[in-house]
Design a protein around this ligand. Structure first.
Ligand SMILES: [Fe+2]
Length: 467
């Protein structure tokens, strides 16, 4: 028996503040803030001898017990049955497209110094039903969850809602970016409706299921094994800017009474295991804590950029980049400079168009650049950027592109290299026109060297060029 879920506030109703439902596209209410402490059920303690309505207390931590206060994460759940009420685990068949070990010792992953890119990944066909969990395809990553170090980049390519099935990832936090179709995510903490342009974070160990209200759906997932997402420091920016804490939304407690058969799929060290239970896992009547799932609308991001000269590193768009910005720098080369950074870059697009690339970069596709792999704009783009008039202009209008950036190199999976069918290698010919124009100035250089009393170019064996 499944009843319309009830939404209730903690008994003391100590809400920070909540948002009103936004109509059909997003019918849920949220409480706002990053890592705040919303409504509380028991007063003055977490585990009274007996809870109101005979609920069970279940605690959950997201950090070691003795982690510094600022990093200490935990939640208290007051639920109809505790999570331990299940019927034991059994190992599920391997999903060959799901990868967790990115160490080069693993023969199923590949190293690529070459820039790679993928056309939009295909959604499953009408002849198969693929839900969010079964539709996860790993592209790249580094480290391994058993080392508590590294990350994985996945796509989800799904066409059906999860039924009486929930997913619990014990390996890492999942940052989910829908690109096509909303995700109706039911978590133990309540519900999140996440549309393209928003991001959601479901942290390690939290049970959730995903329904697809808009049919076939595609999006990006970044899974991090060793830590949790935090907001970047603001340094000289002061007290606010970039992503403001008040714009992060967490669910209100929401429970069901369903007492039917449920399967809970756990991902542990990259393996899938399942347990079953005769009741819904979504039976949390109230909760409080700061270890909670949340979502964020990237259009709320407050941009910071150079207003005088020179391109600033993309870290100013952390967390996360949003849909348009102004280029106003004077006397400067506005596109990204040619670079070889220690960062490994994985880029995807939610919507819009992205100029300056020759490789058909489209929403639902991706590109990859390993650390220290040199890259930058084509000669045509270079030439126009060095000669154009520098009027203030709005760029990337109605476009949302994101970058997963890591100081660790990624390896690329078999699925991404071979099975997806969407890989196209970057054509290095796009830089063939980047001629050494310096060579047209040799006479001038020779003059300058002479004037400075320095040896001329003939000392470099270039006299024939000067003839
Ligand atoms: Fe780059």
């Amino acid at each position: 028996m499944s009843k319309e879920p009830l939404q209730i506030y903690g008994a003391t109703a100590q809400q920070s503040f909540s948002t009103a439902p936004r109509g059909e596209q997003d019918p849920y209410q949220y409480q706002v803030g990053f890592g705040n402490n919303p409504g509380v059920l028991p007063v003055g303690q977490n585990m009274p001898q007996k809870n109101k309505y005979d609920l069970y207390t279940e605690g959950m931590t997201g950090a070691s017990f003795v982690a510094p206060r600022a990093e200490n994460l935990n939640a208290w759940l007051y639920r109809i049955r505790p999570s331990v009420a299940h019927q034991g685990f059994s190992k599920l068949p391997e999903n060959p497209d799901l990868e967790s070990n990115f160490l080069p010792l693993n023969p199923k992953v590949h190293v690529s110094p070459t820039q790679l890119a993928w056309h939009p990944f295909h959604l499953p066909g009408d002849n198969e039903e693929v839900d969010f969990v079964d539709g996860i395809k790993t592209i790249a990553g580094n480290g391994d969850p058993t080392l508590h170090e590294g990350l994985a980049v996945h796509m989800y390519l799904a066409n059906s809602s999860m039924g009486r099935k929930a997913f619990c990832n014990a390996d890492g936090d999942m940052l989910i970016l829908p690109q096509q179709g909303r995700l109706d995510i039911q978590t133990e903490f309540g519900k999140l409706m996440v549309r393209p342009g928003e991001l959601a974070v479901i942290q390690r160990g939290m049970k959730f299921k995903v329904k697809l209200p808009d049919g076939p759906s595609r999006g990006y997932i970044q899974e991090i094994f060793g830590s949790h997402y935090t907001l970047p420091e603001l340094g000289p920016l002061g007290g606010h800017g970039l992503a403001n804490p008040r714009d992060f939304e967490s669910p209100l407690a929401s429970f069901e009474l369903d007492q039917a058969h449920w399967d809970i799929v756990y991902k542990v060290c990259g393996e899938l295991h399942s347990c079953s239970q005769e009741h819904t896992p979504f039976d949390v009547v109230a909760w409080h804590g700061n270890y909670v799932p949340y979502k964020y609308d990237m259009a709320k991001f407050v941009f910071v950029g150079s207003i005088s000269k020179d391109h600033i590193d993309p870290s100013i768009f952390c967390v996360l980049t949003a849909n348009e910005r102004w280029d106003v720098g004077d006397g400067t080369f506005r596109p990204p400079y040619y670079h070889r950074n220690s960062s490994t870059e994985f880029i995807g697009m939610i919507y819009g168009e992205y100029g300056g690339r020759s490789d058909g970069f489209k929403p639902g596709g991706a590109s990859y650049e390993n650390g220290f792999c040199p890259h930058g704009v084509s000669y045509e783009k270079f030439q126009s950027a060095t000669e154009c008039e520098l009027k203030p202009e709005r760029i990337h209008k109605n476009t949302l592109v994101f970058m997963f950036e890591s100081s660790m190199s990624f390896t690329i999976t078999d699925w991404a290299m071979k099975k997806s069918g969407q890989l196209h290698k970057h054509n290095p010919a796009m830089w063939d026109n980047l001629k050494g124009h310096f060579l047209n100035h040799l006479e001038e250089v020779e003059e300058t060297l002479k004037r400075a009393g320095l040896p001329g170019l003939s000392s470099l064996g270039l006299s024939e060029k000067l003839a």
